[in-house]
Structures are given as structure tokens and as C-alpha cells.
Write a protein that binds this ligand. Structure first.
Ligand SMILES: NC(=O)c1ccc[n+]([C@@H]2O[C@H](COP(=O)([O-])OP(=O)(O)OC[C@H]3O[C@@H](n4cnc5c(N)ncnc54)[C@H](O)[C@@H]3O)[C@@H](O)[C@H]2O)c1
Length: 309
């Protein structure tokens, strides 16, 4: 299949490109930045909001993965208008490009578990499936922008017959992670002896997902069974922030210094999000246990050039 990946030069997108190339697909990376990992595929430098360029790129495409977005929630907080413009606005532009290119390509959106909203940890225990309603009062701009992106997919399906798939990611970790995400920060801090800042008491959990497993899940969403469906693609286990630190201490053989600070506004507390549907319909589940994947990641990170603080 001919598959276009917007944001294919980024953290998750580069792994998705790798998996799709291994599967023998014709891959085109569409991004503002050139691919950094020598993928043997076509590259189109372009802005997701450039509908004409996207329309050209989508000619004869079977699938477009829409991963380009402002993925950094802190930058979203700092620059909401710009961030929404490339996230919800970028999704809308990509969908319009699908329509203008003949409506043949299926649009596969990278969304997030954040769309289920945050609840106090005390109220957790809830088991979330794709049927669980959207957060009624999303408490982060990023969440609202991703909810809008999801609705745009559904609108383009209802109004113009464009097929879609929505993937709701947990928090990915692994090789090529952006330096400002939690795991690389923790690794650098433990190695340099600097204190690790934990918002709240460290008991907040995430279902971390190893990025290579996530990329396999994204690739599985290219299957025809995924048409007009929503899938949670998440880790099988809840991991607390403190547990991340303890796992890294063991792998690195070094104790962490920890500073606890006040909890963040809109910090998703985490309930259990089921990825059963992806297992049942697509045969996908994460292959690696959290600690095992973390070990692989740390090994990759510590290979030269060594990460410095
Ligand atoms: N990383 C996470 O924790 C996480 C969790 C859930 C969902 N997601 C979603 O997954 C997707 C990928 O996230 P990531 O972590 O790989 O992000 P990333 O920042 O590593 O990659 C995003 C890519 O998009 C490109 N891009 C940005 N603006 C663009 C534009 N206007 N036109 C074209 N390309 C543009 C960037 O150059 C970059 O290569 C995003 O949609 C994000 O919201 C990420």
C-alpha cells in the first residue's frame, strides 16, 4: 500500500515508518523536518496546513497517518492558538486534502487517552473502553484540540464518506523520545545526580507503552478491519511515577534524588484503559513487559553519543 505519514520524522512517526517499511509498504514521510533516522522512503517537506501540497502528496495514497501535531502539552499551554492550529487545524486540513485528492485514502488519527479526561485518583478503578464518553469538562487545551480532531474525522466520514481510524495512545516511551518527556528526563537526572521533580506524590499512574509496540499497533490499524473504528493502544499495566524511578534506579544501578512539588493543572491521573478491542479485532497487544522495554530503551540511550544533562 502507499502510505503517507504526517509527522513521520517525529518520535512516534519515525517508528511507525520503520514498521510499515519492514512490512513492505511504500511510505512517504510528510513533515516540516527531514527524517533523522535514514528511513529508505520518500520525504516531502511540507506543512500539514498546506492543503494543496498535502493533496498532491496524497495522490494514489491508500492511507494517511495523521501524526503531525503539537505533542508537547506544555508548549500547548504556552502557545494555545498556534498549537491548536497545527493540531485540530492540521487534522482538518489533512482531511480536506484527502477529500480533494479524491477521498480514496483512509485517514488514521493519532489521538490520546487524555480525551477520557482526568479524575482524582481516589475515584479511579474505572475500566475505560472506546465506548466510554469523552470528558465533559476537558481540563487541558491539548485534550480539547484532540477531541475536536476526532470529531473532524467523524464529520468527514458522515459528510463526505472519508474513511477514518482513531488511535488513542497511552504515553509512549523508548528510543528517539523527545528529550523533554518524562523518561529521558529521569534518566539524565539519575545519571547526573540532579534531583528528579515529581508533581504530586508520585502515585499518579500512566499506562506507558513501549514505542516500538505502539508503532506495531499503528501499523495494525492499517488493516481493513480498522475502518471507521476507534482503538485504544495502550500498555497492559499501570505504572506509577515512583515505579518509573525505581525501575530506572535498578537498571542504571544508581539511586535517584527526588523533589516533590505541587500537582500540575490538568495532570491526567490515569484509570485503566483497555486495549482489548485492538487485540480482538486486529490481533495487537504490546509484546514487551514494562521493565524489559525500559531496559532496551536505556541501553539504546546509553549507546554513544552518551546523553548528558
Ligand atoms: N508523545 C506522546 O506522549 C503522545 C501521546 C499521545 C498522543 N500523541 C500524539 O502522537 C502524535 C505524534 O507525537 P510525537 O510524540 O511523535 O510528537 P513529535 O513532536 O516527536 O513529532 C511530531 C512531528 O510533527 C511534525 N510537525 C509539527 N508541526 C507540523 C506541521 N505544521 N506540518 C508538518 N509536520 C509538522 C514535527 O516536525 C515532528 O516531526 C501527535 O499527534 C501527538 O499528539 C503523542
Amino acid at each position: 500500500m502507499k502510505i503517507v505519514i504526517t509527522g513521520g520524522s517525529g518520535f512516534i512517526g519515525s517508528h511507525v515508518a520503520d514498521v510499515l517499511l519492514e512490512q513492505g509498504h511504500e511510505v512517504v514521510i510528510y513533515d516540516l523536518d527531514a527524517p533523522r533516522y535514514s528511513q529508505p522512503c520518500a520525504f516531502v517537506r511540507g506543512d500539514i496546513r498546506d492543503i494543496e501540497r498535502m493533496t498532491q502528496t496524497l495522490k494514489d495514497a491508500d492511507i494517511v497517518y495523521m501524526l503531525a501535531a503539537e505533542a508537547n502539552v506544555n508548549r500547548f499551554f504556552e502557545s494555545p492558538v498556534f498549537s491548536n492550529d497545527i493540531t485540530a487545524g492540521g487534522t482538518l486540513s489533512a482531511l480536506e486534502a484527502v477529500r480533494r485528492s479524491g477521498g480514496r485514502a483512509r485517514a488514521i488519527l493519532a489521538s490520546t487517552e487524555w480525551i477520557y479526561g482526568s479524575v482524582p485518583e481516589a475515584a479511579s478503578g474505572e475500566y475505560i473502553t472506546e465506548e466510554t464518553p469523552y470528558a465533559q469538562n476537558p481540563d487541558h487545551l491539548y485534550t480539547s484540540s484532540k477531541i475536536a480532531s476526532e470529531f473532524f474525522c467523524k464529520n468527514y466520514n458522515g459528510l463526505y464518506g472519508i474513511s477514518y481510524t482513531i488511535m488513542r495512545f497511552g504515553i509512549p516511551f523508548g528510543d528517539r523520545a523527545r528529550a523533554e518527556t518524562v523518561t529521558p528526563i529521569f534518566i539524565r537526572r539519575i545519571l547526573s545526580g540532579e534531583p528528579i521533580t515529581i508533581h504530586g506524590d508520585g502515585s499518579q499512574t500512566r499506562q506507558f507503552i513501549y514505542v516500538r509496540d505502539l508503532a506495531r499497533g499503528c501499523a495494525a490499524c492499517a488493516m481493513p478491519e480498522a475502518e471507521n473504528q476507534i482503538f485504544n493502544l495502550n500498555g497492559g499495566k499501570k505504572v506509577s511515577v515512583l515505579e518509573i524511578v525505581r525501575t530506572l534506579e535498578e537498571i542504571l544501578g544508581k539511586k535517584a534524588a527526588i523533589t516533590f512539588v505541587e500537582d500540575r493543572k490538568g495532570n491526567f491521573k490515569g484509570r485503566f484503559i483497555s486495549s482489548e478491542k485492538a487485540l480482538k479485532m486486529l490481533g495487537w497487544k504490546p509484546q514487551l513487559e514494562y521493565a524489559e522495554a525500559m531496559r532496551l530503551y536505556v541501553e539504546a540511550t546509553l549507546r554513544p553519543p552518551v546523553v548528558s544533562s
